[in-house]
Ligand binder design. Structure first.
Ligand SMILES: Cc1cc2nc3c(=O)[nH]c(=O)nc-3n(C[C@H](O)[C@H](O)[C@H](O)COP(=O)(O)OP(=O)(O)OC[C@H]3O[C@@H](n4cnc5c(N)ncnc54)[C@H](O)[C@@H]3O)c2cc1C
Length: 344
């Protein structure tokens, strides 16, 4: 059970940041809205930097965040020493020079979020069918008129797909090929330890992020495995890479025992950004391409998808998340690394 998942709005690009900041604001009232304890914990997310150019890039990101109404504080080494005295500041290869802190970032308990939303939907009259697989789409004169499932067919005026790591397989049944590859992302949890981490910490010279659950386990992860797969388990090279990242910033993590690890599917888009859009088939809508970061988007993703379904118009905050953005040349390449999912 993955007890905590990272929530943050530390994006930079105009197509992304206002959307994620809206999501952050919705997180802040989610527990009131659903009357459910989702363990939203705004203990801060700090991205460490290790060089002068990286500091400049983080300062730029922080400014973009603040312009979109988010919070961001650029800390120097002294500031990080006060926040996280246990880090290895003098690592010869990756000395820690400072960090970009988003104090309102933090974690939430993913399954409690799902339960809270499920109860809210149920109370509003939504039928939730569990263990019911969509096996195909009904189509009449080029219009989607419902779905086929392993438990019979369901007619609908509008069909909204949001199946994350299964996006390509499901949309293939509607005859669509998506600009998405499915990859595996691994996560790790240590045995329970005394409270140590103040919030979420990410390594800036490799891919490693860590937080501590309320039960005390260090919850951490890193890169996707980097090859196309539908297997929900990862491989050892990434385990080694993640552990190296951990050892580089907090060597004492080497003494902690690993309690469990697992891999899940992520729907990696070609530019690392998501889709909330109509498709070319009337009545069929698509939400996906969330890569490894769709959890934090959940409240805004649902909000903007509902807006699209109700009005047939993109919500202003999600208007860049279009399927045709590659044809139009309007990619949202947050990391500036190009069109390869395993680089995002
Ligand atoms: C190990 C790991 C760690 C992650 N950590 C973070 C994090 O810290 N922060 C963050 O923001 N994001 C994180 N993510 C990403 C995040 O979990 C996803 O982006 C997010 O869950 C996607 O939400 P969703 O509602 O679109 O899809 P999901 O939550 O995956 O839900 C899709 C649902 O569709 C169902 N489905 C699939 N096919 C069919 C079908 N044919 N018929 C009917 N139903 C179907 C599935 O069973 C599933 O229940 C992580 C992902 C992984 C794997």
């Amino acid at each position: 059970m993955y007890h905590h998942t990272i929530i943050r709005s530390n994006y930079m690009l105009p197509g992304n940041e206002p959307f994620y900041e809206f999501s952050m604001k919705l997180w802040e009232s989610l527990e009131q809205d659903t009357n459910y304890n989702s363990m939203v914990s705004q203990r801060g997310v700090v991205n460490l930097y290790h060089s002068d150019p990286q500091r400049d890039a983080f300062a730029r990101r922080g400014n973009a965040m603040r312009m979109a109404g988010a919070d961001a504080v650029l800390l120097d080494e002294k500031g990080i020493r006060e926040l996280c005295p246990f880090l290895d500041f003098d690592n010869a290869r990756f000395p820690i020079k400072g960090g970009l802190l988003q104090p309102r970032g933090g974690t939430a308990r993913h399954d409690a979020v799902a339960w809270g939303y499920a109860r809210g939907a149920d109370q509003r009259g939504v039928d939730i069918l569990q263990n019911c697989e969509v096996t195909g789409f009904r189509n009449k004169a080029g219009r989607c008129t419902g779905v086929e499932t392993n438990r019979g067919s369901i007619a609908a005026k509008k069909v909204a797909v949001c199946v994350a790591g299964s996006s390509s397989r499901v949309m293939e049944r509607a005859g669509m090929r998506l600009p998405i590859e499915s990859h595996v992302l691994q996560a790790f949890v240590s045995e329970g330890l005394k409270p140590l981490l103040p919030g979420v910490i990410t390594f800036g010279a490799g891919h490693f992020y860590v937080s501590q659950s309320d039960k005390g386990g260090l919850v951490f992860g890193g890169d996707i495995d980097g090859y196309n797969t539908y297997a929900q388990r990862g491989n050892l090279p990434v385990v080694e890479d993640v552990c190296e990242g951990g050892m580089a910033i907090m060597p004492m993590i080497g003494r902690a025992r690993l309690l469990r690890m697992w891999g899940g599917l992520v729907d990696m888009s070609m530019d690392g950004s998501p889709f909330i859009d109509k498709t070319h088939i009337d009545g069929l809508y698509f939400n996906g391409g969330w890569c490894y970061g769709g959890f934090k988007a959940t409240p805004a993703s649902g909000w903007c998808y509902a807006h699209l379904l109700a009005t047939d118009q993109s919500h202003p905050l999600a208007k860049e998340f279009r399927l045709d953005r590659f044809e139009r040349g309007y990619m949202i390449d947050e990391k500036g690394v190009g069109a390869q999912p395993n680089l995002h």
